[in-house]
Design a protein around this ligand. Structure first.
Ligand code: SAM
Length: 295
């Protein structure tokens, strides 16, 4: 048995348990989550039919009438009643359809109200699509910004992306499958097509797949491969890097163009202003490109 100090069996007094459930693979339901879903006096679920299936598949039986819905439309109106029950000593467990409750899912108002009422809040952590996708993406995971869902409409999405174009942390978005292609197209325009990214879909499920590449490559792939935009999707995008120094070929091209009009010293001075590189280095490079020495 998995009995810990915060187990419901040993608890006296009400509490709110925040319980993460699988994002696909039922094997990811932790023993502690299972005990909590079985033993809490009330189980609040986003979609009770969905959670009833999880309970059934996991061999969990509950007294009838103790599985209650809490979704975005009834959360505010039902919070006071749930808090009153917990103050009366009831234990309540909260789940969402998949993953961690509150993360792009209902529950924040209930947690706030429980904290304000002095009720103990206990987390039973586990799967979360945002974290799973970040670790799978191959992009830096030491710092990342979870952005939830992007706006559905093009103009609002572009505006939201513009505000994040210089964010240095890895960015994590939930995306609806039918919007993936448009989102990738907008990302490539606003962030540039060379930004590294990854599309993680159907994680922990039968048709799980990961696509990694630049935003431009992923956009092209998405246009030609209908499988890429099927199922549940997380989009992970590398953070902005410091503006790069122009590469050697670009500097040479600039110098050659300037040398057609200017002597080497003036060409080097102008190129230094444009590229931020030392004038001496550019003068030497101008000579290497065939300009006449002026000293
Ligand atoms: N609370 C959940 C969590 O912790 O991951 C997220 C809820 S949000 C309403 C649902 C979104 O999560 C989906 O649209 C998709 O972007 C992402 N998602 C959930 N399960 C997924 C999976 N197995 N593979 C990829 N993305 C998933």
């Amino acid at each position: 048995a998995n009995v810990s100090d915060d187990s419901i069996a040993r608890r006296r007094g009400g509490a709110l348990f925040l319980v993460a459930t699988p994002i696909g693979n039922l094997g990811d339901l932790s023993p502690r989550a299972r005990d909590t879903l079985r033993d809490a006096d009330v189980l609040l679920a986003e979609d009770t039919r969905h959670t009833a299936q999880l309970l059934h598949a996991s061999g969990i039986e509950r007294a009838s009438g103790t599985l209650v819905s809490l979704h975005e439309h009834n959360e505010r109106s039902s919070v006071a009643g749930h808090v009153a029950r917990m103050l009366d000593g009831a234990t309540i467990a909260l789940v969402s359809d998949a993953g961690t409750p509150l993360v792009s899912d209902p529950g924040a108002a209930l947690v706030r109200a429980a904290i304000d009422a002095g009720i103990e809040v206990v987390v039973v952590p586990g799967p979360c699509a945002a974290v799973a996708a970040t670790t799978l993406s191959g992009l830096p995971a030491d710092r990342f910004a979870f952005e939830g869902f992007l706006p559905a409409k093009h103009a609002a999405r572009v505006e939201a992306l513009r505000e994040r174009a210089h964010e240095p942390r890895t960015l994590v978005f939930y995306e609806a499958p039918h919007r993936l292609r448009d989102a990738l197209a907008d990302l490539a325009v606003v962030f540039g097509p060379d930004r590294p990214a990854a599309v993680l879909r159907e994680m922990t499920k039968r048709f799980e797949s990961a696509y990694r590449g630049t935003l431009g490559e992923l956009g092209e792939r998405c246009a030609s491969d209908p499988d890429m935009s099927r199922g549940e999707i997380v989009l992970v995008v590398g953070g902005a890097t410091q503006p790069e120094e122009p590469d050697a070929a670009a500097v040479d091209a600039l110098l050659r163009a300037l040398l057609e009009e200017l002597p080497a010293s003036r060409a080097a001075r102008v190129a230094a202003r444009v590229t931020g590189r030392p004038r001496k280095e550019l003068y030497d490079r101008a000579l290497a490109l065939g300009a006449k020495s002026e000293s």
